[in-house]
Design a protein around this ligand. Structure first.
Ligand code: GDP
Length: 295
């Protein structure tokens, strides 16, 4: 665990004459390494500052134990603080006690929203009867993509009629369709745009008012780093998100976005996308993410 960081910190402490208790200057030297590691992992600098302060408060004055090195001690504190910041308990998807549960899936184009919608439906299909609904009326290709993925995964699909221009009417149709066919979870794959513009936000807010949804889940691409944090803040401000899905964690993103999204918005990262396939979805694990962030 945290081998790279521990080695770096042990290198720092070896140069210091730590005796008795960890002094402020011992800890400051070590925290320079921690700060560098976090910034390399693309963690927002304000988050880094808060985190480093918290670690410092806990580490200064700690007795230097004989059994473990100061490097190990500080590494353990860093690890705990990082995983706590992201939430140590997994945050499961909420299933409404009164069916149907409705999940409003939101996000920018290309972030992985359509794929994730099917991934979640597939996960839920043992025990539930999910329905995925195409709500992007401007992009027929997006509707087609969802239809094909749903068919491949044997998931129920509902799409707009040809020429439909009112997304709220699609939602009403989907709810009726779901109730006739006993679908107990409805996942709405909303419109994706290149930017979180006013028009998109208004459309999503109107859908939210009409339903209201059990979950509002934002899908963001982990590879976009700090941009993902900005996107999460913008969507949260308008829609009060209930959870985030971090996609493309199978890539080489260090995952700093996970840390900052939770810290900046307070919204839990619930799930992680780990591949293009419709089974590549995992429960978000803050301890594993802490490990990935610090290397
Ligand atoms: P949308 O525009 O937000 O609906 O995004 P899509 O679901 O169409 O995904 C955009 C691209 O990202 C597609 O090529 C997906 O296969 C890919 N993708 C989605 N999630 C993941 C993931 O977790 N890992 C990887 N490697 N690719 C993903």
């Amino acid at each position: 665990m945290f081998d790279a960081l521990r080695e770096r910190l042990e290198g720092v402490f070896a140069k210091l004459k730590s005796r008795g208790k960890l002094s402020e200057s011992d800890v400051d030297s070590a925290l320079r390494e921690v700060r560098r590691g976090l910034l390399e992992a693309d963690v927002d600098y304000k988050v880094v500052k808060t985190l480093v302060e918290a670690i410092k408060t806990r580490a200064v004055g700690k007795d230097v134990l004989e059994s473990i090195t100061p490097g190990q001690q500080v590494t353990a504190i860093v690890y705990e603080e990082l995983s706590e910041l992201m939430g140590t308990e997994p945050a499961p998807l909420v299933i409404s006690p009164r069916p149907p549960s409705v999940y409003l899936m939101v996000g920018l184009q290309g972030g992985g929203k359509t794929t994730t919608t099917v991934k979640i439906a597939k996960k839920l299909s043992s025990g539930h009867k999910p329905l995925v609904v195409a709500c992007d009326l401007r992009r027929p290709a997006a509707v087609e993509q969802l239809r094909i993925l749903a068919e491949q995964s044997k998931i129920g699909f509902f799409g707009p009629a040809a020429g439909e221009s009112d997304v709220l009417s699609v939602v009403r149709g989907a709810v009726r369709f779901a109730s006739e066919r006993l679908h107990d979870v409805i996942l709405l794959d909303t419109a994706g745009r290149l930017h979180a513009d006013e028009e998109l936000m208004e459309e999503l807010a109107a859908m939210k008012r009409q339903l209201p949804p059990t979950e509002v889940l934002l899908v963001v691409d982990a590879m976009t780093g700090q941009e993902a944090v900005k996107v999460a803040s913008a969507f949260h401000e308008k829609l009060s998100l209930t959870g985030v899905v971090l996609s493309k964690l199978d890539g080489d993103a260090r995952g700093g976005a996970a840390l900052a999204i939770r810290q900046v918005t307070g919204v839990p990262v619930k799930l992680a996308g780990v591949g293009e396939g419709t089974d590549a979805l995992e429960v978000f694990d803050s301890r594993r993410m802490a490990q990935r962030i610090m290397g």
